[in-house]
Write a protein that binds this ligand. Sequence first.
Ligand SMILES: *Cc1c(COP(=O)(O)O)cnc(C)c1O
Length: 382
Amino acid sequence: MSGDILLTPGPTPLPPQVREALGRPIIHHRTSQYRSLFRRVLQRMQAVMQTAQPVVCLTSSGTGAMEASVVNLLSPGDEAIVVLGGKFGERWQEVCAAYGIRAAPVPVAYGEAVDPERAASILRAHPKAKAMFATLCETSTGGVPDIQALAAVTRASRAVLVVDAISGLLADECQTDAWGVDVLVTGSQKGLMLPPGLAFLSLSERAWALVNEAKTPRFYTDLRGYRKALADDDTPFTSAVSLVVALDEALTLILQEGVPKVLQRCGLMAQATRSGVEAMGLRLFAQRPSNGVTAIRVPEGIDGKSLAKLMYDRSHVMIAGGQGEMAGKVVRIAHMGHIGPGDILAGLAALEGALVALGHEVAAGTGVQAARAMLESIVHSP
Ligand SMILES: *Cc1c(COP(=O)(O)O)cnc(C)c1O
């Protein structure tokens, strides 16, 4: 419904400029007009992804780019390392399994942050591993690992580091080139403020060398074709024209504000959410909380699914429940992209209302007050 407040970690709300662009008449993709737009968009994506490497754009959801990185970097029977700790870390493992890649897990309990030393020792035990797969914002737990430390660990090995930044991009800091992240994967429907449908990858020289050696069968996702087409500002297959046109508008908004400011603003929304939630007596799920999404432990005796449903029914605020084993025990509030202070305050008010309706005691207005105090203290500080 149009009056809904979407606080879900994808899709996220669309700014008016993006919605307007999506409604424009379509242009043809094999034209100089489109090519120059496509070139500009990919150059600006380099700034957002903090890399000087070429950016490849796929028409797929984010998982398509995850799969593209597995099939392009590795061959059946190859070894890899997968950092677990949530449903998306497990997705890397599932994609590897689907292609016969032997993925050694770095086990991480849900909500906890990976110990980079542990990852290093597993990498040392698998000296043939060609890649380590990790997740920037583990959307299922609301946690963010120390990617910089994981990058340092992989630099000391022959493995490339592949990071799923689908929800983490523009929410949690990730200095792709400066830290030595070899492959960064992202999608359109989170921090980029677009509908679902586009996915992006950037690859280091080390990673492109693997692409040329990999033996896994691939066709649509063969990155060699995309790299070749990039020379002509083109894609091997039909580009998602309208989404790319809308992305140009989203990137104008993002780069006018500046990536550091966007990260700072998202961090402020996260801090306000966390302080509001904690003021209501609720506990965070993640040890190292992400700025993209806050996962909240649902109090004993309350079912998280009913809580989220009640929030929607009463207030038209849509949040996410828990995934897998976390279903019912966790609810998640996103604050990435085009989600502002008013949305966060509305979300906290709706959360309070639903908790009270389910019999959980919350002093009236505590969450909203704490969040507002946080928003104001930072807005007014020099
Ligand atoms: C949303 C998300 C995905 C994405 O997937 P889709 O294929 O776009 O549904 C992958 N990883 C993370 C961490 C995500 O948050």
